[in-house]
Ligand binder design. Sequence first.
Ligand SMILES: NC(=O)c1ccc[n+]([C@@H]2O[C@H](COP(=O)([O-])OP(=O)(O)OC[C@H]3O[C@@H](n4cnc5c(N)ncnc54)[C@H](O)[C@@H]3O)[C@@H](O)[C@H]2O)c1
Length: 357
Amino acid sequence: MSSVSDVRAELLRRSVPSSQPVEIELALGERSYPIVVGRGTSARVEEFVGSSSSKVAVVTQAGIPHTLQLEREVLLIQIDDGESAKSLATVQSVSSQLSRHEFGRHDTIVALGGGVVTDVAGFVAATYHRGVRYINVASSLLAMVDAAIGGKTGVNLPEGKNLVGAFWQPSAVICDLDLLDTLPIREWACGFGEIAKYRFLGVDDLVELGLQEQVERSVRTKVEVVARDEREGSARALLNYGHTLAHALETQSRLNNVDHDIRHGEAVAVGLVFAARLAYRLGRIPLERVAEHQRIVDSFGLSYTLPSWADRAVLLHLMRRDKKADGDLTFVLDGSGGLEVVRNVPERIVVEVLEES
Ligand SMILES: NC(=O)c1ccc[n+]([C@@H]2O[C@H](COP(=O)([O-])OP(=O)(O)OC[C@H]3O[C@@H](n4cnc5c(N)ncnc54)[C@H](O)[C@@H]3O)[C@@H](O)[C@H]2O)c1
């Protein structure tokens, strides 16, 4: 099996340096916006700032290189790192800084960062002055293929992840692949977990493609799903493929006080193969399809076995509390007609599949 570093090196080797950036529209009527994918594209940020904005607030984090060229007065706001920074306290701090600098209704927020920054800055944009314009400049692979797109914004509560939030669409999303030059290797693993997921949402095999093409195809898939179901009434729930076990694993890792012992994309990789095994046990897919899940996850250098610290009883309890579930065990599962939400999966089968994972 290749390591994530090997996969990244191979991906960059396969990339064509002269690839032209692409612009993909997320069609949501008057809330439609472009997603720009390619090298050097953050140089275009100014063109998406509102014409009536006199100020721009760049919300970011300390380790993220800031090279944005903006022609207005810029207020730089740094937030802390990690899930604990995705909090109402951070929202209050950012909002207060905006207010102290007389940031107005027509000004623009630029979120420059990974999913933590885009979720927090997006939620501030949704609520400050009852809603201001914002642009996502995604700087992590995961934000480029997932978090920065689709207008789901929000923060965590001590009681759980993403419990307070709003749907608020950005005016543009920029995925500047040059920003990935400084991204730590473990964060590449996170992005790979989500890209692997798209393979089962109808994207052809991505493994042989270069970086820009993989990001572009993933973005196109997310855009299609969000355009069909902006507020997660139906199709958008399928983007949570592999996430029921993944979220339980992430929560358990936090409960164990081993935060970051498993990262989101790594947990999704485990969750994808678990979901495939579950679908097989329920007679929904043949064994070869499970092997295909394993092959795809493997090809990104990710592991699909449960970590040694995983407590299956705790995971079962946490999966019952999943947002999709109503106290029962609900999963997005593969089947002959593709992915669908399956409710009331028998506990006995879930336990057995957990035992063999
Ligand atoms: N809103 C959505 O639809 C959605 C979808 C998926 C995930 N999310 C959220 O996204 C978050 C995870 O996002 P993430 O994986 O990007 O993690 P993250 O935002 O925590 O970023 C990971 C780390 O990489 C650093 N980083 C980011 N870009 C960098 C760069 N170019 N150079 C150097 N360092 C860089 C960050 O500072 C951070 O330390 C979670 O909170 C998750 O809930 C939201």
